[in-house]
Design a protein around this ligand. Structure first.
Ligand SMILES: *Cc1c(COP(=O)(O)O)cnc(C)c1O
Length: 413
């Protein structure tokens, strides 16, 4: 029997008041904030102001007048606060993929040699992380860079004297399994290697402590749990320990010591600014800046507590259904061991996901046969879990997912 009191969970939720700062359609239950966060009202307003008043009215003067030129560091410092870093260790720029290229090369430059050339990662890491290493490998050659892949459980023991860096994503995009970044960082350092963390599914939802965990480099995006909008610029973290000798190959003019001197010779900026390449995408960076205000009066401990309660409540509610045995939970069964998502395998995962979306429950499908439900503690409610499970129960009992319309798949799943 299902005895969860969803309404009471919502009444007792210390983050309940945050929902109204988001623009969310009434008829939608949005469990996809792990792929594209919802729109904060302040972001819509800020983008409007940036385009109409700053760009439209103040034109090029805005670079100084509205401090556009310093947005990457201003926004970086705010993100630093959410990931346990110093404000001069993080900068907002480019995409995760491009930032990975920079930090992989920086790590090779810092400790690499012909003997130490392995970038160690996990087989089921997000593909772009692996593709970026493969790209470096094919350009530098295998005598300088070699990608080695192991299972998540083998990662700690696989580090050895040939390892340049461990490249790990804290929360696995498919399963939601959480890795212990501190333990990985220690294992890397014990062998003279460095630690690169991907925080795509962590930033804004997990209480990360990069300084304390001694992580060397990290990357993350702002369009998932940070709610900055589609394709909003990412961030990159470089520990202060590495600033003095920092070197990365994308030597663009924004990473120059003095960009507006227009000198023909590259000379790198000091510290984290060296990670910049070209002109920042001002409109979307203003969106990131505004979106971060959503975190002003909340602690990540509160966010994490609600996130665990949401996944736990969903898991229990689904398990109480008589069809639940068809859904195989592929996320860890304990909330502490996973991020803010639940993934279930089902032979008809794709069709079920389409049927859910048609009825206003937005989850996503990941190949080969998983449905992912992402929970965003700033706006998801416990009563949405209740309604979503009721809708799913109806889809399963009526077999509504067996609709011929869902035999063909769209490009973005
Ligand atoms: C979403 C995600 C990315 C996305 O990379 P972009 O270059 O920003 O598109 C990278 N890594 C992981 C682990 C992700 O989940």
């Amino acid at each position: 029997m299902n005895q969860i009191d969803y309404a009471r969970l919502d009444r007792d939720d210390p983050l309940a008041h945050k929902r109204e700062i988001f623009e969310l359609p009434n008829d939608t239950i949005y469990f996809d904030g792990n792929s594209l966060g919802a729109l904060p009202k302040i972001v819509a307003q800020t983008v409007n102001e940036t385009t109409r008043e700053q760009w439209g009215n103040d034109l090029i003067k805005s670079w100084n007048q509205h401090d556009w030129v310093n947005l990457p560091t201003i926004v970086g410092a705010k993100i630093a606060h959410l990931i346990g870093a110093q404000s001069n260790e993080v900068i907002c720029c480019d995409s995760i993929s491009v930032n990975l290229f920079k930090v992989i090369c920086a790590a090779i430059n810092a400790v690499g040699s012909e003997k130490r050339r392995v970038i160690l990662s996990t087989r089921d890491n997000f593909p772009t992380d692996l593709y970026m290493v493969q790209g470096v490998e094919s350009f530098l050659g295998q005598q300088r860079c070699e990608l080695k892949l192991v299972d998540e459980a083998e990662l700690v023991d696989a580090v050895d004297e040939r390892t340049v860096a461990v490249l790990a994503t804290e929360v696995n995009f498919r399963t939601g399994r959480r890795l212990d970044l501190q333990q990985l960082s220690q294992a890397a350092h014990a062998q003279g290697a460095l630690m690169i963390a991907d925080l795509a599914h962590s930033a804004g939802v997990m209480p990360i402590q990069l300084s304390q965990w001694q992580v060397d480099y990290a990357v993350g995006c702002t369009y998932k749990y940070l709610n900055a909008g589609p394709g909003a610029p990412a961030f990159v973290y470089v520990s202060q320990r590495h600033h003095a000798k920092l070197k990365q190959p994308l030597q663009g003019w924004f990473g120059h010591l003095n960009p507006f001197a227009f000198e023909p010779e590259y000379q790198s900026a000091k510290g984290i600014r060296q990670m910049l390449v070209g002109t920042p995408p001002v409109i979307s960076m203003q969106a990131v800046n505004a979106a971060l205000e959503c975190f002003n009066d909340v602690s990540l401990a509160q966010v994490r507590a609600k996130s665990m309660q949401l996944t736990h409540t969903f898991q229990q509610s689904l398990a109480a259904q008589d069809w639940s045995s068809d859904f195989e939970l592929i996320s860890p069964s304990h909330a502490e061991q996973r991020g803010s998502q639940l993934s279930y395998a089902h032979p008809n995962a794709y069709e079920i996901c389409q049927a859910l979306i048609e009825r206003g429950v937005i989850a996503d499908f990941r190949a080969p046969n998983y449905i992912r439900f992402g929970f965003a503690p700033l706006y998801n409610q416990f009563q949405e879990v209740e309604r979503a499970i009721a809708i799913l129960a109806d889809i399963m009992s009526t077999e509504a997912y067996r609709d011929p319309r869902w035999q063909t798949r769209s490009t973005v799943t």
